[in-house]
Design a binder for this molecule. Structure first.
Ligand code: ADP
Ligand code: MG
Length: 697
């Protein structure tokens, strides 16, 4: 039986309704202010809150508490679990949890990547409660969302920079709003609704694939005769086991106060999507981490494995995370809303012009923030958005932009029109003025931008840090430009025109998958980073350092450390992949193929001995042996290439060698083995195939 969402929603969250009942009225009000406006919490108040939290958590069956944080480039959250129980001097065991325990934690940070920011001797890391994100109970543990930094204050996570960027965009957004006469505006909120894609495979089959277990993706595997071209998966009926799984995921998320909307099958077989309703960026970040965690853990209970990798199966659509992002004032004005008459909406036009300038200026940084090693198999691979950053605006807004570029102002706008179904009984639906362009990486969808490049296993912290920081930067420039204008309206119009003219190259409404676009983008001078390795240097571009230092988001030193971490991470992942391939080839595939050649050779001998034609068997044997030789040579070569790559001195060179040489050697090994998979008898193949894994889960 299904669970009633109204009954369980938010059950495990220490939310407003719980605080209202459990905190003294004056303290409750103080906490409310801190939650919506930020600021320092006194230790005294923290003690009161901690006491109430502890009592509530114990009633929920919690025995431990933990500070949850997200180390940089590690996609699943971490936490150090402490027991509530403590033994004071008199020997009586007591459950304690103080304001200090709530506010700050001290996990050992030495095992998380720091890119040289911390020496092991000062490997301390600190976590600080993010009061704006709700505390919850999960798996008998009171979980406290936190930001994570080093002993000397450098950010070690993806949340601290995000909180700073959110603050910056609010500060400069407010200035701009006031310039436009919105005196009552005090905050700008950045909202995010991340759509999460994932694959489900049968656990028994997964366990037999070393590549999936060690690297999250298959390193070998031929496409079955039936692929996704059948398209019957999309919105198809969700298999019973998967449906049960989704119900359980829903229930757990509801209890944690996360509303999820759609769970239809995605384009690829065995692929699904889950989308929560949008929330303030840092909360959306915490929720997305929780969603990923619950997707994985719940799968296990159903004999399934949830794959969050961007490209678990070659030749099958990969997974991404669509980052739906908007900026809205505390007075309820969505800065990305064109309104009924976008041609007259100067605030919208200015924000749009700022977005164009920001995306154009920080294109590579944006591309990087959406990337990880796995996403290299997706971006530009004829499915997900291309690796080139461009913006799609839809007919109506693009027309407004074109008018401004051509004549310095817009005087009309295309009406959205009505969809006429031609049947009397059906109401005519108002047509969405922004039609869909699924090939654009950065698409305007009516009141928000949908950034579709983001890697499915990445934290959304980095991406939203860039988005908010780049807008803060443009808002500040715009404000400085306009604040002393004598004729504000005229100055605004001229400034919008100038920005749109300067950055019009970033707009592209056509087919992002086409070759023509690659050629055209090159002509326009737009960067095209095929690999994350080409984009990593963006972390230390002058434009990046300038922007991040200006708003105190990340220092030059922190950015350099992050660059180092990213390069090392890339090489490490490719290294594990290469070694896994060699291992599988030597221990599984090659022995299986040898068995087959023996069987064939025996057959040839016995068939010939009775004087019958054995040419077919002989041909198959020859062909199999040729491929076996190729596979063995390729495995030996791959080992040598890996050793060569890791010998280089600079991490940049190591990463490049892995990207070019090691990847090429990996492809060489995969080819003969995938070919043999298609010709060997099914029962002789040592691992489950794509067909087994994708269609039978
Ligand atoms: P799609 O058609 O792309 O699947 P959905 O209606 O499922 O779109 O919404 C995708 C995501 O966008 C959801 O998480 C939704 O909450 C979010 N979203 C909707 N409006 C906004 C907004 N103004 N700002 C940010 N996210 C939003
Ligand atoms: Mg979408």
């Amino acid at each position: 039986m299904g669970v009633n969402i109204e009954k369980v929603f938010g059950d495990n969250v220490f939310d407003d309704s719980v605080m209202k009942v459990r905190l003294p009225k004056s303290d409750y009000e103080k906490v409310k202010v801190l939650m919506s406006e930020g600021g320092e919490i006194t230790e005294q108040l923290a003690d009161v809150v901690a006491q109430a939290m502890k009592e509530w958590a114990l009633e929920k069956g919690a025995t431990h508490y933990t500070h949850v944080f997200q180390p940089y480039v590690i996609s699943v959250g971490a936490g150090k679990h402490d027991s509530f129980a403590s033994v004071p001097d008199d020997g009586e065991i007591e459950n304690t949890f103080t304001g200090k325990d709530l506010l700050m934690g001290e996990p050992d940070a030495s095992s998380f990547p720091s890119g040289g920011l911390r020496k092991t001797s000062s490997a301390r890391g600190y976590t600080a409660w993010d009061i704006t994100s709700p505390v919850y109970v999960k798996e008998d543990t009171l979980c406290i969302p936190t930001a994570f930094c080093s002993y000397t204050g450098e950010s070690l996570d993806t949340k601290t920079p995000l909180l700073k960027a959110m603050h910056a965009v609010s500060k400069y957004g407010v200035r701009l709003m006031r310039l436009f006469g919105h005196e009552d505006c005090n905050r700008i909120f950045s909202y995010v609704g991340p759509e999460q894609e994932y694959f489900l495979v049968d656990k028994n089959k997964y366990m037999k694939r070393a590549d999936l277990r060690f690297t999250g993706r298959t390193l070998f595997g031929a496409m079955p005769p039936k692929g996704q071209e059948m398209d019957d998966q999309y919105f198809g009926s969700i298999k019973t086991r998967v449906k049960k799984y989704m119900n359980e995921v829903d229930e757990q998320l509801w209890k944690l106060g996360i509303t999820c909307k759609t769970e239809h099958n995605e384009v690829a077989p065995a692929q699904h999507e889950i989308a929560p309703i949008f929330a303030i960026s840092n909360v959306a970040l915490d929720n997305n981490l929780l969603i990923m965690d619950i997707l994985k853990k719940t799968a296990d209970k159903h004999g399934l494995v949830c794959l969050l990798h961007e490209k678990p199966f070659e030749g099958v659509n990969g997974s991404g995370k669509h980052n739906n992002w908007s900026l809205t004032s505390d007075t309820g004005i969505n800065l990305f809303k064109p309104g009924k008459k976008p041609e007259d909406n100067k605030l919208f036009q200015l924000v749009l012009a700022c977005t164009m300038a920001a995306v154009d200026r920080h294109a590579v940084l944006l591309r990087l923030a959406a990337s990880n090693t796995g996403n290299d198999h997706r971006l530009g691979a004829n499915e997900a958005p291309p690796a080139i950053i461009s913006m799609y605006l839809g007919d109506q807004v693009e027309d407004v932009v074109n008018q401004i570029i051509e004549k310095g102002e817009a005087t009309s706008s295309l009406s959205s029109g009505e969809l006429d179904f031609g049947i009397k009984k059906l109401p005519n639906l108002q047509k969405d003025p922004t039609d869909r362009n699924r090939t654009s990486p950065f698409a305007f969808t009516g009141n928000r931008f949908e950034f579709r490049m983001v890697a499915s296993s990445n934290s959304i912290g980095d991406v939203n840090t860039v988005l908010n920081a780049m807008m803060a930067e443009q808002f500040e420039i715009a404000y400085e430009e306009l604040k002393d204008a004598e004729d504000l309206d005229k100055a605004v119009t001229e400034y919008i025109t100038k920005l749109m003219r300067e950055h019009q190259r970033i707009i592209f409404n056509g087919d992002g998958y086409s070759n023509e676009w690659t050629v055209e983008a090159k002509k326009r001078g737009l960067p095209n980073c095929r690999s994350i390795v080409d984009a990593i240097p963006a972390l230390t571009y002058d434009s990046t350092i300038e922007m991040y230092e200006k708003f105190g988001i990340l220092s030059k030193q922190e950015l350099e450390a992050r660059k180092e971490i990213q390069l090392e991470q890339y090489a490490n992942i490719r290294n594990i992949e290469a070694l896994t391939m060699i291992d599988m080839a030597n221990k599984l595939y090659i022995p299986a193929i040898i068995n087959y050649t023996k069987q064939l050779a025996d057959t040839v001998v016995s068939v010939k001995s009775v004087g019958v034609d054995a040419s077919v068997q002989t041909d198959i044997l020859k062909d199999t042996t040729e491929k076996l030789v190729k596979a063995k040579k390729a495995a030996v070569n791959l080992k040598a290439v890996v050793e060569e790559a890791s010998k280089k001195a600079e991490s940049q060179d190591i990463a490049i060698a892995y990207k070019d040489d090691v990847m090429a050697a990996m492809a060489e090994l995969r080819k003969p083995i995938d070919e043999l998979e298609k010709s060997l008898p099914k029962e002789m193949w040592p691992v489950p195939t794509y067909g087994d894994m994708i269609f039978d889960s």
